[in-house]
Design a protein around this ligand. Structure first.
Ligand SMILES: [Zn+2]
Length: 288
């Protein structure tokens, strides 16, 4: 029994020496041949190139299956002057996302009215509240996508000091956009008409200037909400006329229409409106 035990120790020692000795020799090989070895997909392929053998298999196992993936990770950023043709390391560019489209874009979101100026009021709906609720949701989506968002107001208040004239109030909104050199200006409103049957979404662009931003917003809002598409129109509104960047004013729906008033009051419809305006802005930047 004792002799058998000694013999076993001897065999184990020989095995250990056989494993340790070949590794420094292999490490002396050129970097490219190591890369080739690492690039081999299977033990069989590797054996065909480097000769088979039990210890070679252990070595291949350790490097191909365990260290190989680690080497491959670093291989991408430290490529040599003569990379192996079989090197599996490839760096694929990520597809563009909405985040990259809006990254660092300066977007002014302007919820119409507020404070002492409630805008259109009908069917228990106040325009200023609808505008602000949608604008805040839009702000969050834009920020999430990497844009720099400037809100003309984030509470129920006027933008100019309370009691200022309407022209001063509108000029305060324009001034925020122009002084911050915004990329786009988006004003959010709710519509009203003496005919309670009229409903739908419509979007305005500055007279004599591009309708691209307005079209992108109108199309996406209609798709997102299912609202009647009342199209885009040129307009001479103060905030469109005086902003120096592409600007648009969206009338999301009619508070004078009972059905749309109820929708404008609801959180789920406000989410759809915000998502529609957001998608329109993304589409605009993707195509312009
Ligand atoms: Zn309005």
């Amino acid at each position: 029994m004792h002799k058998n035990k000694l013999l076993t120790y001897c065999i184990l020692c020989l095995l250990l020496i056989s494993i340790i000795v070949p590794i420094p020799i292999t490490h002396a090989a050129s970097f490219d041949s190591v890369v080739n070895t690492l690039a081999a997909n299977t033990l069989e392929t590797s054996n065909a190139q480097t000769g088979s053998g039990f210890f070679q298999q252990i070595f291949d196992l350790v490097f191909n299956k365990i260290l190989g993936p680690v080497f491959n990770i670093f291989g991408g950023s430290s490529s040599t002057s003569s990379p192996s043709k079989n090197n599996p390391v490839t760096v694929k560019p990520l597809p563009p996302t909405s985040g990259t489209t809006l990254k660092n874009k300066i977007i002014v979101v302007d919820p119409g009215h507020g404070g002492s100026n409630p805008g259109a009021v009908a069917n228990n709906t106040k325009e200023a509240d609808n505008n602000l609720a949608v604008a805040l949701k839009l702000r969050d989506k834009l920020v999430q996508a990497g844009a720099k968002v400037i809100m003309t107001r984030e509470t129920d208040r006027t933008v100019a000091p309370e009691g200022s004239s309407l022209s001063k109030e509108l000029e305060a909104r324009v001034s925020l956009a122009n002084s911050n050199q915004a990329d786009v200006f988006v004003s959010i409103h709710s519509n009203s008409n003496s005919d309670p049957n009229i409903k739908g979404a419509m979007t305005f662009y500055p007279t004599g200037k591009s309708s691209a931003l307005a079209s992108a917003v109108e199309n996406a809002v209609v798709v997102q909400t299912g609202a009647i598409d009342k199209g885009t129109s040129a307009a001479n509104f103060h905030v469109l006329r005086n902003t120096s960047m592409p600007s648009t004013l969206v009338e999301m729906g009619f508070v004078s229409n009972q059905e749309e008033a109820a929708q404008l009051n609801s959180d789920s419809y406000r989410n759809k409106l915000a998502q529609g305006i957001f998608t329109g802005i993304v589409n605009y930047f993707n195509n312009n």
